[in-house]
Design a protein around this ligand. Structure first.
Ligand SMILES: [Zn+2]
Length: 174
């Protein structure tokens, strides 16, 4: 009956159906730098004002229909996920910029789900033209039809009241 690990109560509180749960689970094993996802301000009892930070700014913009990433004014490299300091050079000189939205699928996998849970889900690592890699999903095509090297474009969708960044095939349906 162990459908999901419940070893971390904080994570399980933060977990909800959909992409973000895949985000948190997927990234837990990849990088400690995304701990803000597994310990969202809400899940650890912080108030809204205390939660003001890069993640919140990112989410607010996404809800407003704007996809933005950070760029370091010191080393001029782009940064994602949202942070307070540049992971490349350490400078606290990150500014928000709007990426072109163009991306390339770096890897792709299919998460099998029951139809009542939303059906199979594509999970992809996408390299943005700006040089950052992010985990998302490719829509507008069958989950198992997503190919490495596929040109995709960022799109914002609303799901369960939450704005999510997804990708669609370049030139395909949006
Ligand atoms: Zn930097």
């Amino acid at each position: 009956m162990a459908r999901q690990s419940t070893a971390d109560p904080v994570t399980s509180i933060a977990r909800r159906p959909g992409l973000w749960s895949v985000f948190t689970q997927g990234f837990c094993g990849l990088s400690p730098s995304v701990s803000f996802l597994t310990h969202s301000p809400r899940s650890i009892g912080m108030t809204t004002s205390e939660a003001a930070g890069p993640e919140r700014i990112y989410q607010q913009a996404l809800r407003a229909g704007v996809f933005q990433i950070q760029r370091c004014a010191a080393c001029e490299r782009h940064v994602f996920y949202p942070r307070v300091a540049c992971p490349h050079c350490g400078a606290a000189a990150l500014t928000w910029v709007r990426p072109s939205g163009a991306g390339t699928v770096y890897s792709s996998s299919v998460v099998r789900r029951k139809p009542e849970q939303g059906g199979d889900l594509n999970i992809a690592l996408v390299d943005l033209a700006e040089g950052v890699r992010l985990m998302s999903r490719v829509e507008g095509v069958a989950p198992d039809a997503v190919r490495i090297g596929m040109a995709v474009r960022a799109s914002i969708v609303s799901e369960q009241g939450q704005a999510l960044l997804v990708f669609v095939p370049e030139g395909g349906r949006t």
